[in-house]
Design a binder for this molecule. Structure first.
Ligand code: GLU
Length: 309
């Protein structure tokens, strides 16, 4: 296939049109009250290719709550700081359980299955608290740099709402602390976690930010690679196996791209060597993933034949 002649804009427009019947379908995440208010009619997509061409459709420039997509940024920071030490405290296997499940932790001695379920991301937050005096600022600065957008903010209202409803995340953190896998104060870990989940970004910001994963770790705005080639490969592999909670297998089957979703309705996907792209539709399916976002990405790779397989 000649990648120079792919009409990305036309593809995005076609996919947006074909998935229109799903507008308003699904439910916005309601266990975080501030997210329940978002209209499920929103939909946007953005794609940036490795030559810097930016294509977008619909609500691609409206910021939304990135939620679990932020776990890719925190894991990247932890890998930059600690390299393979990260894996002594968190695993690399798909969990097969919902993102906020407590069930495996007892059997597995407080070591979460992977860094993308809540338990794993809470451990990564604890690592960043140990490594930095102001990890919240570190994460925000990193994300702004990756997205070339200094106006990216943490939505304080969402963060507060999330903190008030964080009973399961508090339980997970206490439980892991009882196994010695949380070094800091539970309260501090929860605060940092709820803050990074509440970063608001648009599809365009996200497509830009994930560019290094399509470029062997290189990002135009960083002098040094964001991650080594090897760690970039590994991060993409983790997204492939665990990026969509307990729907990762189905997503891999349908879409064939490494990706990460969040309960704000965003999904970011990468075709290494070619592009990074984001889709946003706040209506979720029963597994907490964007209904229209998955359908759109499925159609995008099916129509174009662009996937890693
Ligand atoms: N902040 C959300 C939670 O902890 C993240 C969930 C998600 O996007 O998967 O429940």
């Amino acid at each position: 296939m000649n990648m120079d002649t792919i009409d990305y804009q036309g593809l995005l427009e076609r996919v947006c049109e074909e998935t229109r019947p799903l507008a308003g379908k699904g439910h916005a995440a309601d266990y975080i009250p501030a997210l329940a208010e978002i209209s499920t009619d929103h939909f946007g997509m953005a794609l940036i290719d490795t030559k810097g061409g930016l294509y977008s459709v619909g609500d691609a420039d409206i910021p939304f709550s990135i939620q679990s997509i932020s776990k890719v940024f925190t894991l990247t920071l932890a890998l930059r700081e600690l390299g393979n030490e990260v894996w002594s405290r968190v695993g690399r296997e798909p969990s097969g359980h919902p993102f906020n499940s407590l069930i495996q932790l007892e059997n597995e001695q407080g070591i979460p299955r992977n860094p993308f379920i809540n338990a794993g991301a809470l451990v990564v937050a604890d690592m960043l608290l140990e490594a930095h005096p102001d990890p919240r600022d570190k994460i925000l600065t990193f994300v702004r740099m990756l997205s070339a957008n200094n106006s990216i903010l943490i939505d304080e209202r969402v963060a507060l709402s999330e903190k008030r409803a964080a009973h399961r995340n508090a339980a997970l953190t206490h439980f892991m602390k009882s196994f010695g896998n949380i070094g800091g104060e539970v309260e501090d870990v929860l605060n940092l976690y709820c803050n990074h989940c509440s970063i608001a970004m648009s599809c365009i910001d996200l497509a830009r930010a994930f560019r290094f994963l399509a470029q062997k770790g290189i990002h135009q705005r960083f002098e040094e690679p964001v991650l080594t080639f090897s760690l970039t490969k590994r991060l993409n592999s983790l997204m492939m196996t665990s990026g969509l909670y307990n729907e990762s297998g189905e997503f891999a089957y349908r879409v064939g791209l490494p990706a990460k979703s969040g309960v704000g309705g965003g999904i970011v996907a990468v075709l290494p060597g070619h592009f990074s792209m984001a889709a946003w539709g706040p209506g979720l399916n029963e597994r907490g993933n964007s209904l229209r976002g998955i359908e759109a990405l499925d159609r995008f790779t099916t129509i174009s034949g662009l996937s890693i397989f």
